[in-house]
Design a binder for this molecule. Sequence first.
Ligand code: SF4
Length: 139
Amino acid sequence: MQLLTTAKTRNERLNTCRACEHYREDTRTCGPAVVGATVRHLGEELHLCGCVMPIYASLRTAACPLGTWTQEVDPELVDRIRESLAAYPGPELKSNEVTAMHMLYNQLARKPQAFTQCRSCLREMYRDLQKYIEHVDAK
Ligand code: SF4
């Protein structure tokens, strides 16, 4: 798997970061270096990663913690997620559907989730996939 994104994508991401209120010009990090910080964003508490952005923005799997820019994802994976959400409308999934959604989620996630039957975890995972597709479709 190719780890690095294109120079064009990296530069677009960095330009977005430089215009962001959370970007630290002195350390070139997203929030305070290494430790990051928790901020309120659109009604949610989210954690700035503290990453060194010229490095982090080079990674295909990197994503802005506030969702301002997303990881580079294979368009086929995005289509499969969209189709699965349409095929399984609602977070109350049967076990075969849970497995399918989990596999899609882990292909997308920066931090893959351990397989679980926890209903609230599954609902959260499902909503995350919905939010991701909404974000992609809004672009
Ligand atoms: S990664 Fe997101 S939150 Fe962090 S500096 Fe860049 S645009 Fe801002």
